[in-house]
Every structure is written in C-alpha cells, then in structure tokens.
Ligand binder design. Sequence first.
Ligand code: UDX
Length: 461
Amino acid sequence: VAQQPRLTVIGTGYLGATHAVSMAVLGYEVLGVDVDPAKVDALVAGRVPFHEPGLPEKLAEALASGRLRFSSSMQEAAEFGDVHFVCVGTPQQRGSNAADLTYVDGAFRELASHITRRALVVGKSTVPVGTAARLAALVREVAPAGADVEVAWNPEFLREGYAVQDTLHPDRLVFGVESPWAEAQLRAAFRPVLDEGTPLVVADLPTSELVKVAANSFLATKISFINAMAEICEATGADVSLLASALSHDTRIGGRFLKPGLGFGGGCLPKDIRAFSARADELGVGQAVRFLDEVDAINLRRRQRTVDLVAELVDGDLAGKKVAALGAAFKPNSDDIRDAPALDVARMLRDAGAIVTVYDPEAMANAARVRPELRYAPSLTAAVVDADVVVLLTEWQQFRDADPEDLGALVHTRRIVDGRHALDADRYRAAGWEYRALGRPVAPRTVEISVDEQDELQRSA
Ligand code: UDX
C-alpha cells in the first residue's frame, strides 16, 4: 500500500471542489478533474464558483502548497491517481422521482477506460443502493487493467455552509469495500482524519450506499415530524416552538433538526428521500419507506401554509399587495437555491397576485436566473420599502439582526410572517408589528433558544 496515495477528484462541483481542496490541505497530491472548462479555469485562478464560507481561503492555501492541480483530462486523471474519488451529481430525473445516474455512469466509464494499472475508484455521490456493485462490474469490464481496478464507496455527509469543517473533521467515515486492499487504500487516503480519532465504519458496498440515504431520510423525517406537530398546533392553539423546546430537553430526542418552520430544501434532502422511495419500489420493498412520501408531503404543505399566513395578514386577498420576501437560498450561509422553500413561496405568492420583492444576501444571482419573473431588491431595506407584509423565508443572520423599529419606518404596514422562527416576536410586537409564525398562536410566548440551536448559530457566525 502506498504510504501517501495520489488522489484524483472527478467532478469539481460543490462536493468535489471541497474534497479536492481539503485533501490537498491535509497533505495529499491531488488532481481535480471536471468536464466543464469554466469550472477548471475558475479553480485554477483561485476562484470558488459558489458561495461557501472558508473555502476560498483553503483553495488559496492548497494552490500555494503546489499539491493541488486541476485538469479537464480523464486520461491525465487515470495516469495520475492511485485513489480516484468520483464526486459528480445525481440530480432527480425529469418527470420521475428516481435519481439520474447519467453523470455517475459516464464518469466511471470514461475514467475506467483509461486506467492501465492497479487503482481504486471510490464513489462519493449519493446513489440508489445497488449502483456501486453494478459500477464495479462495469469498471472491471471497461478498464484496460481489468480486475486490478476496484470500486469502493465513501458516502459524504458534509453540510453546505460547513463544508470545509465537515470534510476535515467529519462525525464519522464510512468505507464500503470489497477487499482488504481497498480498505487499506482508503485508510491511507484518510490517514490524518483517522489519526484524529474519527469513528470509522467499514462496510460492504450496499450498506455504505444506504448509510447516506438513511441518514438524510432520518433528518428529513425529524424535520417533518416537528412540522406535522406544527399542523396540529395550528388546529389547537398550541405553540410548536414551545413544544420543540420541551421535546429537545429529552436527550434521546435532542434539539437538532427539530426546528419547525418552512421546512427542508436544498440539493440533498428532498431528492434523496424521493429517490430512496423510488428505489425501494423497484426492489419490491416500497412499503418499508412509504412514510417518506408523507415526510415529503408534510414538508411541501408548509409552503402553502406560509402563503396562507401572509394572505391572512392582508384579509385574505393577496392581489396587488406588496410583499417583501426575505431570503431565497434554501438555508443561510449558502447561495444554493435548489429546491429552496424560500423561492418556492415567493413564486406562490406571486402566482396568487402579490407583488413580490425578493432580497437575499448571497443567492440573488442564482434566484434571478431560475425565477426571472420575480422582482429583486439590492438590499434588505430596499426590499421592505412600502411593503404591506414582510415574510422571512431564510434565516440569515442579517435578518435576525435587523431592528424592528428601523424596518417599521420603511414599510407601509407593520406586518410580518416569520417562516423560520428566527425573530424575537416580543420585540416585533413591542415595535407595533403584527407578528405571525408557522405553528404558533397569534400571541405566542417568548421561547428560550435551545442549547443546540445556539451552537448552530455560533458555528454559522
Ligand atoms: C444535508 C445533510 O445535513 C448533510 O449531511 C448531507 O450531506 C446533505 O444534505 P444540507 O443540504 O447542506 O445538508 O443542509 P442542512 O443543513 O442539513 O439543511 C437542510 C434543510 O433542512 C434546510 O433547508 C434547512 O433550512 C432545513 N432544516 C434543518 C429545518 O427546516 N429544520 C431543522 O431543524 C434543520
């Protein structure tokens, strides 16, 4: 086993760029490869083509070390690497819930066709269980080196906004392998992370693929569970924030991912639970995960509920009402608008006749590309000018920090819907605002922020 295997990272999107940079920072020789020359050019020039706190600095550090290079040649990758990490996307298929494996299949096939020596090809993409075994057979067939090329799986659990930290110091590592040699290669490729005491689970290929979708399914279920309770609260006058706070003190439940509100979005959770459900159907065990369809439905219902709350504040008629939509990204500290609840709600409000002005600190360019029909303001203050209702959709720190008096001076009418339970209801009410939040009564009590949430806020600060 090579002491220090040479690594390639195929696909330099969100996951791949972070992985390539992090591995170079950890001391490995890394070659990042992407079919998109624009991405390669940007990274070579030290530019990260998306918003991720801390990554530009680490990219500069990695480039300066001389250990990180980029290329668009698969042949170069095949010649260079001992361990290849495949980090291409698996989006949801058009017109179906299943994962689109075009990029993964293409990357494995193309890379393998150039490999002429012993090497390990490691999938990091989130795939339907069974894909890795199929790709292992494909690689053996296509590679000039034949059975000398093995496939392994190494699911990635990083969160956007914490990508570098999660990659350098993960909660755990999972290796899906078919031989002791593959395990040894992966151990060598993660030596510094393992030396830190990071828990490692060594598993077979299907288990390692399942870990990822199971983890995301659990997290999505936890969020939808509390949002289902919000629906019950809305029917009874109970307060879901207080309920979540009380539940979170049970250490068996815990407060993380128990935050009620507009629900989950992004490039992972929504598509992963749908693809899992579709895959389980194919396997004839759809019943086992039927609840995930309900998790998805609960999550989507929160968007309509948010629109309804805004409408309630303007006596049921949104037509011609000016709505300031705060946030477009699927979560703070990200410019990612994939399956973003915020942007979806803005679209729904517009469809209902409202005049919607969107502001987001980082995601405006992406939002305007996907939803050009919405209006965009250059700042928070510009967005709220003359608004009949303000609706907070993504809990950026800037929105939490805004002063209710200052905002109040700009709007037409002081009405606000807090779609993320991010604002201090008492302060808003004291400043004369009509304040409404999902799953909370019209006049809610103050909620102590739970320890877990404070932790998240500090980490994002
Ligand atoms: C997620 C997983 O956390 C990560 O492990 C996996 O690798 C990829 O998918 P990410 O998509 O970056 O990461 O976002 P995450 O921070 O998990 O948030 C997902 C969504 O859930 C966001 O839209 C967020 O607003 C929402 N959310 C999160 C809640 O509504 N309530 C919560 O309590 C937590």
